[in-house]
Design a protein around this ligand. Structure first.
Ligand code: NAG
Ligand code: NAG
Ligand code: NAG
Ligand code: NAG
Ligand code: NAG
Ligand code: NAG
Ligand code: NAG
Ligand code: NAG
Ligand code: NAG
Ligand code: NAG
Ligand code: NAG
Ligand code: NAG
Ligand code: CU
Length: 623
């Protein structure tokens, strides 16, 4: 722990506030966000987003109950930014949550913003940019909340934070133009260049024999989930996503992007060997696997520097043959019982479809999230008595108004063949049902029809369901979550694959809008950030301040492909024009050849009527 303590002292100005008798303090970080260069996989040096001239970024560390202040200056010069503190409840401080156009304006180059909130929770979190397309360029790192009262606080000798992630050699701005383009009508996601452990590769974690370690594992990647195990070792899971669990023996985990696990690992009593720490990328997410992409990666639990460091042999033919611990079987340490029958039920289904632009968009029901002209929290704050009316938030933000303290049940069905790790801001939710996410049944689901949640035919809900803030929606399957709307705020519910967030896989919970108006104060500085960015901070989704029910001029999703047109037709038309101009037919063929098993997730190319059927989905399970 001593090295991380040192790093912390170098970065942090700790103001002990004696006035607070229980010892809570204010921890302040000054972040100057600028471009730097780094070469984490040894294959390519590239531009990455650094903080105070450094990358990897500083780990934020606080104690439970502390006030965290982060002064952010955007020194990038060429793009906006923000910070979301992933998993933080921001109870009473919704304005500090970070997503651009939801709770704030983007911080443009030259602008600064102070995030300031108390941390009344425990465990393993992270922070990342939450302005369109920015965290895969390296703008993400761990946020640890230490808790000397944790039930396992005295059961380990030392703790380590270990991140895993995918890594791209190209800048997000270049990847995103390829992703949302006519050349990519199936929405194939950019394939990572490599997979990192703690922002590097081939690394060793030195351990002592006969000792117990707390490993805090975080997938802060942009896209790919990873299996994690240590050869010849098992461990105890003690926390998921900030929720302490009953200590649970396991030997393998599946960590989707944005998920965290804390594990206790007891080391062997001999030092004659080093053991592979193995990560295996979930290849089912990848549309193609380049021959030089290393899916299985070895790092080492190093008992003895001078002993060999053997490469792991991953002897399965497919990553779905691996058997990670099922996170739904974990029992929260506090044994919080199953929440009662819901006051409100929200039913939504994931689809991938093409719109008139020819690009592929991600939908929840028939809406692909399209940012409003005014950050939605600011619409709440400026709308007075109309704040309860969902209409003022526009037709394309997919806003649902929740009553204060209602029990909310959200059913998410998957009409798509990809798995999607969904995250809800401001809450930990109970996961009460889910179709099988991995294992032998995987391909039955993938190759069959979507199986929606059936309220009349489900397994008994657990009595003390697992709680977390990010859960995987399996291909063609479903999950069901419950939470209490006890945290007034505007909270995004979205897929944490950054490509899918950018193509619209998000909706908003407008939780207890009247209570938001009473509790939240927007600092003047946040409005100044809007002024500098030329973004309106009053009015409805269309920035209309006179008549909040008049949404003319709102930002809208592109039009539906009309009857009689096929995506093929539109793409072909656009391409014939393009190719006549530029002679790039080869790229067309390449792009169209990339369809693979994504095929059934797009609008069927030969049956335009299907477009109409899916377009009418209003929220209920697809039948
Ligand atoms: C941020 O860093 C850049 C590059 O080192 C420097 O030019 C700039 O003055 C810094 N800004 C602040 C506010 O510290
Ligand atoms: C990592 O290890 C692999 C396999 O031994 C080796 O080919 C590669 O050069 C190493 N890369 C770095 C940056 O150490
Ligand atoms: C943070 O917020 C607290 C409570 O509102 C306030 O007292 C303090 O001055 C703020 N600190 C900064 C640096 O803005
Ligand atoms: C934090 O941990 C303590 C025990 O150490 C527990 O009593 C408390 O409920 C936890 N807080 C949250 C918000 O999880
Ligand atoms: C992983 O990286 C973080 C941030 O650089 C560092 O604090 C931590 O100690 C590293 N973990 C290990 C096991 O080296
Ligand atoms: C580990 O502990 C056992 C007994 O507690 C002892 O016999 C053994 O020598 C220790 N091993 C090492 C490498 O220190
Ligand atoms: C994979 O290797 C492990 C350890 O060597 C062995 O126990 C297991 O049976 C092997 N699995 C297969 C499918 O060969
Ligand atoms: C990596 O793992 C995959 C299973 O995901 C397997 O098919 C492949 O052979 C493995 N490659 C190596 C080099 O171990
Ligand atoms: C959600 O769907 C279920 C049936 O699947 C239905 O009973 C319920 O009324 C629906 N709820 C909403 C809010 O549409
Ligand atoms: C979505 O469906 C609802 C109900 O059928 C309809 O009122 C709404 O206009 C549709 N939205 C879009 C963007 O097509
Ligand atoms: C209920 O669900 C099970 C498993 O998902 C399925 O095998 C069975 O056919 C379903 N029964 C009915 C009546 O739909
Ligand atoms: C937020 O704070 C209120 C008390 O002000 C509490 O009742 C509620 O449970 C808290 N919600 C969360 C998610 O922390
Ligand atoms: Cu997704």
């Amino acid at each position: 722990m001593s090295s991380s303590k040192l790093a912390r002292m170098a970065h942090v100005c700790v103001l002990a506030l004696a006035a607070l008798s229980w010892g809570a303090k204010t921890v302040t970080y000054d972040f100057n966000v600028t471009w730097v260069t780094a070469n984490p996989d040894g294959l390519l040096e590239r531009k990455v987003v650094g903080i105070n001239g450094q990358w990897p970024l500083p780990v934020i560390e606080v104690d439970k109950g502390d006030r965290l202040v982060v002064n952010v200056h955007n020194g990038l010069g060429d793009r906006g930014c923000s910070i979301h503190f992933h998993g933080m409840f921001q109870n009473g401080t919704n304005e500090m949550d970070g997503p651009s156009m939801v709770t704030q304006c983007p911080i443009l180059p030259g602008s600064s913003m102070t995030y300031n909130f108390t941390v009344n929770q425990n465990g393993t979190y992270w922070y990342h940019c939450h302005t369109d397309y920015c965290y895969p360029d390296g703008y993400r790192q761990a946020l640890i909340v230490h808790d000397s009262d944790a039930y396992f606080a005295h059961d380990y000798d030392e703790e380590f934070t270990i991140t895993v992630s995918d890594w791209y050699h190209e800048l997000v701005e270049d990847l995103s133009t390829e992703f949302m383009s006519l050349y990519n009508p199936t929405g194939a996601e950019p394939i990572p260049s490599s997979f990192l452990l703690n922002d590097t590769i081939n690394t060793s974690i030195p351990v002592k024999p006969n000792s117990t370690y707390l490993f805090r594992l975080i997938n802060h990647g942009a896209f790919v989930g990873q299996y994690f195990y240590i050869e010849d070792h098992s461990f105890e899971i003690v926390e998921i996503d900030g929720v302490y669990t009953e200590p649970t023996e396991a030997d393998m985990l599946y960590i989707s992007v944005a998920q965290r696990y804390a594990i206790l690992l007891k080391t062997k009593d001999t030092i004659d060997k080093n053991y592979a720490i193995v990560t295996v990328a979930d290849s089912t997410l990848l549309d193609k696997i380049p021959s030089d992409l290393q899916l299985n990666n070895t790092n080492w639990l190093e008992y003895n520097k001078n002993a060999p460091h053997p490469q792991a042999i991953v002897n399965v033919s497919d990553s779905t043959d691996l058997h990670p611990y099922d996170d739904l079987s974990l029992v929260p340490y506090d044994h919080m019982p199953l929440l009662p029958e819901p006051d409100l039920e929200i039913n939504v289904t994931v689809y991938m479809k093409n719109l008139m632009t020819g690009y592929n968009y991600a939908f929840l029901n028939n809406i692909t999230y399209t940012a409003p002209k005014v950050p939605t929290l600011y619409t709440v704050m400026s709308s007075g008595d109309l704040a309860d009316n969902p209409e003022i938030y526009g037709d394309f933000t997919h806003s649902v108004v929740l009553n204060h303290n209602d029990v909310v049940q959200l059913v998410l069905n998957n009409g798509d063949t990809g798995s999607h790790p969904f995250h809800l801001h401001g809450h930990q939710f109970q996961v009460i049902d889910r179709s099988p996410p991995y294992g032998p049944g995987f391909y039955d689901y993938l190759n069959g029809d979507p199986v929606p949640y059936d309220p009349n035919n489900h397994t008994a809900f657990p009595r003390t369901p697992a709680r977390r803030d990010t859960v995987v929606l399996p291909p063609h399957g479903y999950f069901v979550i419950r939470f209490v709307a006890d945290n007034p705020g505007v909270w995004v519910f979205h897929c944490h694959i950054d490509w899918h967030l950018s193509s619209g896989l998000a909706m908003l919970m407008i939780e207890a809008p009247r209570q938001i108006q009473e509790r939240v104060t927007i600092p003047q500085e946040h409005y100044d950030v809007c002024r500098a960015a030329g973004v309106a901070f009053e009015g409805n989704a269309a920035a209309n301040t006179k008549d909040f029910l008049d949404l003319s001029g709102q930002r809208s999703q592109p039009g539906w492909i009309p009857d009689g047109f096929t995506v093929h037709g539109i793409v072909a038309l656009a391409f014939s024009v393009l190719s006549a101009i530029c002679g790039i037919l080869s790229i067309v063929i390449y792009g169209m050849a990339d369809v693979k098993n994504k095929q059934d997730s797009v609008v069927p190319l030969d049956n335009p009527n299907e477009v109409v059927v899916e377009q009418n989905a209003t929220g209920q399970t697809k039948t």
